[in-house]
Design a protein around this ligand. Structure first.
Ligand SMILES: Nc1nc2c(ncn2[C@@H]2O[C@H](COP(=O)(O)OP(=O)(O)OP(=O)(O)O)[C@@H](O)[C@H]2O)c(=O)[nH]1
Ligand SMILES: [Mg+2]
Length: 215
């Protein structure tokens, strides 16, 4: 009974997400669902990409509580809207449908959705995105791909942040790469320093190339 209920929830979510995706694609909007642990560097990544991507950009910020990230992005001149889930550990398609009605995302824009900081449930819910991007920081440890395989496996690329802290936290990049290769064979790994912006140009170039394949 419980399993059936879960399946029905996923199916309803998937149907709505497919219709959101169709609508966004029709308007030439490219949508990236950004996943990762609390503090991995998701908002920093959006900030850095805003500096290197051409064209309009809009952001949906997902948090359990507060509009801290939205306010931080708006202070930088980035158009951002907040979803506060009040406790839910992931965003879902109905939340995206509702917030899109309040937004004025220009045709042809980049749309970034920062999901709730969590390596488990956000992987299970499609939101209408063109791709998922997982952000993992050296500070979390090199074993994360092996321990949370689904989120890495469902992502189009993995962004590795906080490599500047690798020595301090004992992060073994080779072990991270090997675990990632096991759970998500062939997935690109891109490094980004969210504080200095090092790596943002390369990440932006990769995203533009990925976008050009779907449009
Ligand atoms: N040293 C270092 N710090 C970083 C890097 N990237 C981000 N940070 C810092 O890490 C902290 C968390 O970064 P955020 O971008 O807010 O992380 P987040 O994933 O959006 O966090 P939540 O929204 O709370 O889940 C901030 O203090 C950032 O300045 C990095 O590459 N190196
Ligand atoms: Mg954030």
């Amino acid at each position: 009974m419980r399993v059936e209920l879960k399946r029905a929830i996923y199916e309803a979510n998937d149907r709505l997400a497919a219709s959101i995706h169709e609508d966004l694609r029709r308007r030439g909007i490219f949508t990236v669902n950004i996943l990762g642990s609390p503090g991995a560097g998701k908002t920093s990544l959006i900030t850095r990409l805003a500096g290197v991507l051409e064209g309009p950009l809009a952001v949906i910020e997902g948090d359990v509580a507060s509009d801290i990230d939205t306010q931080a992005l708006r202070a930088l001149g980035i158009k951002a809207w907040q979803i506060e889930t009040g406790g839910d550990c992931h965003l879902n398609a109905p939340m995206i449908e509702a917030i899109l009605k309040q937004m004025d995302v220009p045709d042809g824009a980049w749309l970034f959705i920062e999901n709730i900081g969590n390596l488990i449930c956000p992987a299970e819910f499609v939101l209408g995105e063109d791709m998922k991007l997982v952000v993992s920081s050296a500070a979390e440890g090199h074993d994360k791909p092996r321990k949370y395989p689904i989120i890495f496996n469902k992502s189009a690329a993995c962004v590795l942040t906080k490599l500047d802290l690798a020595a301090a936290v004992g992060f073994d990049e080779a072990a991270f790469r090997s675990g990632l290769g096991l759970v998500a064979p062939g997935i690109p790994l891109l490094a980004l320093n969210g504080r200095t912006g090092e790596g943002a140009e390369e990440l932006g170039a990769w995203l533009k190339a990925a976008r050009s394949q779907v449009s």
